[in-house]
Design a protein. Structure first.
Length: 87
């Protein structure tokens, strides 16, 4: 187990084998806030809190990301539909 100071920077519940942390994966893939939290909660599921609670948190962030993606797709489709025909 890490010391108290190390728990702030490298908490055990976010570390995998070889010291790889959830944030390493999140940053390596450039996942951003919502998808980063999905990964964080899935990777820590059952290590800090109740496993089901962690998975439910991950699902909420995934739902949020899906809704935002749908909104962006709709806005792009509307933009394209309103382009002049002579472009």
């Amino acid at each position: 187990m890490n010391s108290s100071a190390e728990q702030v920077v490298k908490p055990d519940h976010y570390q995998g084998k070889g010291g790889l942390q959830a944030i390493d994966v999140i940053e390596a893939f450039g996942l951003g806030f919502s998808l980063g939290n999905v990964i964080k909660y899935v990777l820590r599921a059952g290590k800090k809190e109740d496993r089901l609670q962690d998975l439910e948190k991950a699902m909420e962030y995934l739902k949020f990301e899906i809704e935002n993606t749908k909104k962006i797709v709709k806005e792009v489709e509307e933009y394209i539909a309103n382009l002049p025909d002579d472009l």
